[in-house]
Ligand binder design. Structure first.
Ligand SMILES: [Zn+2]
Ligand SMILES: [Zn+2]
Length: 108
């Protein structure tokens, strides 16, 4: 049996000190002092799946947990990540594989 890698680098965001949403929403490519790792599909078992498949991004506090633009407070911004995560996954997998993995389609 093939051994599956437990930890994988993000498949959509290079860990270079930038915040994914600062770049995407504000065009801000500056390195942030504090970044959190955010798993795009949370809850059980999706958090473990996100980790194993590299479905995660790095976020500043304001885009992670603090304030109105934070993904954990802001449904719209959470959905942006889920859609980008699905798109990134489907670059190398089928829609059926994504559905089997996450159980929900976030695109179209
Ligand atoms: Zn940010
Ligand atoms: Zn998070």
């Amino acid at each position: 049996m093939m051994k599956k890698k437990k930890h994988k680098e993000s498949i959509l965001h290079c860990k270079d000190g930038t915040c994914y949403l600062c770049m995407k929403l504000d065009g801000d490519y500056a390195q942030k002092r504090h970044l959190h790792e955010h798993h795009i599909f949370g809850g059980n078992p999706n958090r473990a799946i996100s980790e194993a498949e590299g479905l995660k991004v790095y976020l500043c506090l304001e885009h992670h947990t603090v304030g109105p633009a934070a993904v954990h407070n802001n449904h719209e911004n959470m959905r942006i990540l889920q859609r980008d995560g699905q798109r990134a996954y489907e670059r190398t997998h089928s829609r059926g594989e994504f559905m089997a993995l996450v159980g929900r389609n976030y695109l179209d």
